[in-house]
Design a protein around this ligand. Sequence first.
Ligand SMILES: Cc1ncc(C[n+]2csc(CCOP(=O)(O)OP(=O)(O)O)c2C)c(N)n1
Length: 631
Amino acid sequence: MEKLLKKIKEPRDIKKLDVESLPVLCQQIRERIIEVISQTGGHLASSLGVVELTVALHYVFDSPRDKIIWDVGHQCYSHKILTGRNSRLETLRKFGGLSGFLKMEESPHDVFGAGHASTSLSAALGFAAARDINHDDYDVIAVIGDASLTGGLAFEALNNASQVTKKLIVILNDNEMSISRNVGALSGYLNKIITSPTYNKFKREIEDLIKKIPTIGPNVFRSVRKLEESIKNIIVPGVVFEEMGFNYYGPADGHDVVGLVKTMQNIKKINHQPLIFHVLTKKGKGYSFAENQPEGYHGIKPFNVSCGLGSDECHSKTYSEMFSEAIIEEAEKNKKIIAISAAMETGTGLKQFHEKFPDRFFDVGIAEEHAVTFAAGLAAAGYRPVVAVYSTFLQRAYDQIIHDVALQNLPVVFCIDRAGIVGDDGPTHHGTFDISYLRHVPNIVLCQPADGLSFKEMIHLGLLSDGPFAVRYPRGFLPKENIPGREGVKTGQSLIVKKGKDGAVFALGQEVWTALAAARRLEKEKKKSLAVIDARFVKPLDEKLVMQVLQKYSRVMTIEDGVVAGGFGSALLELSAMKKIKRCHLVPLGLPDIFIEHGSIPELKRKYKLDEDGVFEKFKEFFCSGEKEKE
Ligand SMILES: Cc1ncc(C[n+]2csc(CCOP(=O)(O)OP(=O)(O)O)c2C)c(N)n1
């Protein structure tokens, strides 16, 4: 068959096809996604699951006039292919290339950006309200996964929807999976709907009956509705969505593109009540390796299409693996330790903990706010909860950290993974704000390890702490060695790693290694020797050492993998100003006040001068120019 996909330059080209040819188009899109993601890596399984759904949406609706709003956005590859970006698909997630998520500045068809879960319903309601106020008539369609629907934000929007508008389409893309298996009562409820053919058959029959009555009087209609209500309450307990003011349609086969088109053409006409169209899909559909292992193929590195395997890579331990090991060791000794994940059991390294201590592990779903306050409750009741969470997702729980944990000085340990630049997932996922959003919270301890042993010791210290304790650490591999001359970690104490007389550098985490390498180069090439300090603690600061350094040297730099605004360097600047230090010029290195784009971690570090060459350049500019050291 001729390549249909070649003809599709924009969504209006799909509408020129007859509906019977859509399955072929879907097959070609699927092949294209597998081909490209095998080279670039990316979110394969979720994207493969929504090929038919995406084609049907673009066939029936008129994007960008109609607003299609995707939740999370990691399932958007078919949408990108159909909206003029197929020829650039190979650049997906690469520096300067297409984003792996929805991005408003990338295309008019990306009407709302995403990366974090559960945002689509609220955003869609905003669009719907604006449309209604303007007396416009376009459709607003939110596409949300069954796991994202469990997020509190989505619940808030569900609760509010019928008060805001009568015309909103919510497509519930139900593959029964979050990244791992979906959890929680709502997931159980959806499962009940899927497995309750009686109710769905009954509902269809009632609808057919209504259609067949030629002139249906209001009394008859009301009686039929009443009958339907009472029977469905017996057959499906709760009928949650209808009770919340939505018309519920489904469940429908999400891989029958022709059926989806027909149903969407019908539901498009409904404008008396918001509606939910429940569509059943299979994560990884059409690629057997992904279908059999949807979790492994959720976000994947480049792989070989024929055997599904990734290229062999040298695999030293990642920070997440070290966390996994450390928390198990601690939990074996302390029965009070409880681990909590917000739908990121595997990513954070809690899978083994879950297997070993099933009663002491909680996956609360995509619910970071709940995870934190739940931990606060456990801590208040005498347990030692550990919340393992990515830096970017913890942003959601800012108030819970302040109001529920820190204000009450509760001993919750936050293990903050993916801190700093995370790479190809880009601005929605970089963990570059956590120092700034935690540093000013009273009672909290915040630290970052520069090596594996210090990491373990920090977790141990956290579990002994009387109040909140946060350890941040980056994506990727641990350094192969420990810091030279390492000493045991003590709360609020930094470590001098290298002595020097021409200036000093405070660095955090893996930036300690970068600072050391750049300082050695400076010594060799410019004969300037710098002291390098592994700061270890952002809060409490090692004020004694910081003051000694600020008084001793006239030039001091700080380096952190995070935004400068409100970051670690800012803490030193504040201290220096407050203590009226006049002789020392202090310069913080870190990320500028912009959203950092996507690209590989080395590329981004090079661009923002946080790699060895960049730091060396900065050292040369700062430590080798002008006046001599005052010493
Ligand atoms: C606030 C937040 N927490 C965690 C994540 C990590 N995450 C990305 S996708 C995903 C699962 C989404 O599942 P679902 O909504 O069912 O969509 P599907 O992938 O199944 O299409 C999770 C937990 C996130 N993106 N946002």
